[in-house]
Design a protein around this ligand. Structure first.
Ligand SMILES: NC(=O)c1ccc[n+]([C@@H]2O[C@H](COP(=O)([O-])OP(=O)(O)OC[C@H]3O[C@@H](n4cnc5c(N)ncnc54)[C@H](OP(=O)(O)O)[C@@H]3O)[C@@H](O)[C@H]2O)c1
Length: 336
């Protein structure tokens, strides 16, 4: 026997239940992973609170992001061997190229069971090797937040050395975007509601910082900092409530990578057309993107920023800590 956590989406953190499950054996195409760590995303809170815009199963093992060790392999798969260090990809069926509708039905911790489990079976195609340079806790931070940041920065018009990127907030996606953009030689302007977090963002390599609470027109401020022309790219984690300022920040012909829904508001399309700005929607990323990002993380010696680690027994506390939004970077649950 081993144990896992389950939730009822929409029933809140109170629905978290730890239960025993029987031992698992891999089918010929599968791999059994002893999960060693998992990490939380804002999405996990939306799902448990019933606010996630996409369909979620009625009862499920939560969390998309986890890393572990292969402990048994199916007879027909050849991608992994016992002892390999792996992480699951966010949408289990999206290998590369453009996402198709059917991929949405394979999202871990939403459409299908996630990773908050001592053991989990994966199709061998749904895993990647984590970089040797990372611990399991660090590897567990990658599947959603880091791949999303990579997709935004590198998979549209890739950010180039010397270009300027504006990153909103200091959550999981934002801090990975900061690290990956700096590794690519880009200049980073980052915003936060907290001067203390901005100080820490500077220590991580941010070139310029703006407190969006104290500077309501932070988009215009970012444009001014960029030299007046506007930034080349915005990593837009805010949503409708921040888009107007993101558009104000962006140079003619620049891009806005639409990722988040942290705030609500009216969207005015006019500045998009008059500014010739590309607004691109993102749904995390494919296995191909995950593998490419891992090479960059290893080569650039990027260490994920872990704000706090919780024990496997303290999952409800970890969710409430995420809700408090005092974190910077990632929140990890050590599974064992
Ligand atoms: N589309 C996708 O594929 C995808 C993938 C991953 C995440 N997301 C979305 O992206 C967003 C961020 O996710 P996450 O997991 O990184 O969240 P997170 O770790 O919980 O970080 C949230 C942070 O965002 C900042 N923030 C909140 N309201 C803001 C606002 N009005 N303007 C600017 N920053 C604001 C805050 O930073 P400060 O404390 O510094 O103010 C907060 O700590 C969420 O909406 C999530 O659902 C989407």
């Amino acid at each position: 026997m081993s144990s896992q956590w389950v939730i009822k989406p929409g029933a809140g953190v109170g629905s978290l239940l730890r239960k025993d499950v029987p031992d698992l054996q891999p089918a010929p195409h599968q791999v059994l992973v002893k999960m060693r760590a998992a990490s939380l995303n804002f999405r996990d809170l939306l799902i448990i609170d019933g606010l996630y815009p996409l369909e979620a199963a009625e009862q499920l093992v939560p969390l998309s992001d986890g890393a572990g060790e292969v402990v048994a392999v199916g007879s027909e798969q050849t991608r992994f061997k016992i002892g390999d260090r792996v992480a699951g990809i966010f949408t289990q069926s999206w290998m590369g190229g453009e996402m198709v509708d059917a991929d949405l039905a394979t999202a871990l911790g939403g459409s299908i069971d996630g990773v908050l489990s001592e053991y989990r079976l994966f199709d061998a195609t749904g895993l990647v090797h984590i970089p040797d340079s990372l611990t399991f806790a660090e590897g567990a931070t990658l599947p959603c937040a880091a791949v999303t940041a990579w997709n935004a920065l590198m998979c549209d018009k890739p950010i180039r050395s010397g270009q300027t990127v504006l990153i909103l907030g200091t959550g999981g996606v934002a801090i990975f975007a900061l690290q990956l953009a700096r590794a690519a030689g880009a200049r980073v302007i980052i915003t936060s509601s907290s001067d203390e977090k901005l100080e820490r963002a500077r220590a991580l390599g941010a070139n310029e910082t703006i407190n969006y609470r104290n500077v309501p027109e932070w988009g215009l401020k970012a444009k001014e900092i960029s030299g007046g022309e506007g930034v080349d790219m915005v990593v837009e984690t805010g949503g409708p409530g921040t888009l107007a300022q993101s558009l104000a920040a962006t140079r003619r012909g620049g891009s806005i990578q639409m990722i988040g829904v942290l705030s609500m508001g009216e969207i005015d399309p006019l500045p998009i057309l008059t500014g010739g700005i590309s607004v691109r929607g993102i749904m995390v990323g494919s296995r191909e993107m995950f593998d490419a990002m891992n090479k960059s993380i290893e080569f650039a010696k990027i260490k994920p920023v872990i704000d706090r680690e919780f024990a496997f027994g303290d999952v409800p506390q970890a969710f409430e800590y995420l809700r408090g939004a005092s974190h910077m970077g990632k929140i990890v649950i050590n599974i064992g």
